[in-house]
Design a protein around this ligand. Structure first.
Ligand code: HEM
Length: 290
């Protein structure tokens, strides 16, 4: 295969290698490489053993471009979702996750096993979370393919608003009064609406963190809290139709494809938004202890 041979050959080129031009020379397609920084180095010609059709040359050239891009931005080798995850994990406290780097400063940042949740606080957390999911999922549902990039995230199977609605019904049946959403949910929801209009890269950061946090730490919190205050009741919020790992993988691929179109600055901007995502979600999580 043309691309496989090309990858192997390219390993011998210095990191400053830059794609110079691609040409199609009859039966012997060639991808020409030049050395960008070290101009004294000889110009290299990388012959690609393709079977002579233009499609092979184009795909070989794309592979070179991709390798060169990864050499220039090594952080991109883990994929953009990998980058978003790395930034998110650093923002956890050591009590929250093994990869966390922050010190816990308040009980809600400490080990969940030591939390003292209340049913009222947990119910408020579910209500505020539902408002955020309603907003997020409403924005995505209203986006119009192919003019708006959020449309690829319709019906991923990760949606939570409907499930939360069922859980609130269950609480009602148990005799609880369902409260109104409070400031943490309302503020986050308003912020997401503004971002969706004005700042798609930042909006996507929140999309990733909200759904992926819930699938990881969120699930663990749900199980522990339910054991303490709801007799271990399995809420719908923590159930997915289909295999969760597959749903997450599909969304990771979509996120990576969307980010493929972004410049490095746009990617950086998205990653920088992670802190705000932690701040808003952290305030909603804190309701569990209120
Ligand atoms: C009490 C609060 C939290 C706890 C206990 C917690 C715990 C965890 C744990 C245990 C993981 C799994 C780590 C692993 O893969 O081994 C995780 C992953 C993650 N958390 Fe949190 N977390 C909390 C809050 C948050 C918040 C507020 C956000 C952002 C809004 C967040 C975003 C993420 C993300 C994006 C991942 C990666 C998921 C993946 O690997 O696909 N977490 N968290």
């Amino acid at each position: 295969m043309a691309t496989t041979r090309l990858n192997a050959s390219l390993c011998h080129f210095p990191s400053s290698t830059r794609l110079y031009s691609e040409s199609y020379l009859g039966l012997r397609p060639t991808v020409r490489i030049s050395y960008a920084r070290n101009l004294t180095a000889p110009r290299g010609y990388l012959a690609v053993k393709a079977n002579g059709d233009l499609a092979s040359v184009v795909s070989a050239a794309a592979a070179v471009k991709e390798m060169v891009r990864r050499e220039k931005y090594p952080e991109e080798s883990i994929g953009f979702v990998g980058e978003m995850r790395l930034v998110a994990m650093r923002l956890h406290t050591r009590d929250q996750a093994k990869e966390g780097e922050k010190e816990s400063k308040s009980p809600d940042e400490g080990p969940v096993a030591k939390w003292e949740p209340t049913v009222e606080g947990y119910l408020q957390f579910l209500v505020d979370s539902k408002l955020v999911y309603d907003t997020l999922e409403g924005i995505i549902d209203e986006s119009d393919f192919p003019t708006f990039e959020y449309a690829v995230f319709k019906n991923t199977g990760l949606e939570r608003a409907e499930k939360l609605g069922k859980d609130l019904e269950w609480f009602k049946e148990q005799g609880y009064e369902i409260p109104e959403a409070m400031a943490p949910g309302r503020t986050y929801s308003e912020y997401l609406k503004v971002l969706a209009e004005r700042d798609p890269e930042a909006f996507i950061c929140h999309f990733y963190n909200i759904y992926f946090a819930h699938s990881a730490g969120g699930q663990m919190i749900g199980t522990k809290v339910s054991k303490k205050i709801l007799d271990g009741k399995d809420l719908e919020f923590y159930k997915w139709d289909g295999q969760l790992s597959q749903l997450l993988q599909d969304v990771r691929q979509k996120l990576n494809s969307v980010a493929e179109w972004w410049t490095r600055d746009e990617k950086r901007h998205c990653l920088q938004e992670t802190e705000k995502s932690f701040k808003f979600s952290g305030e909603i999580l804190r309701l569990i202890l209120s």
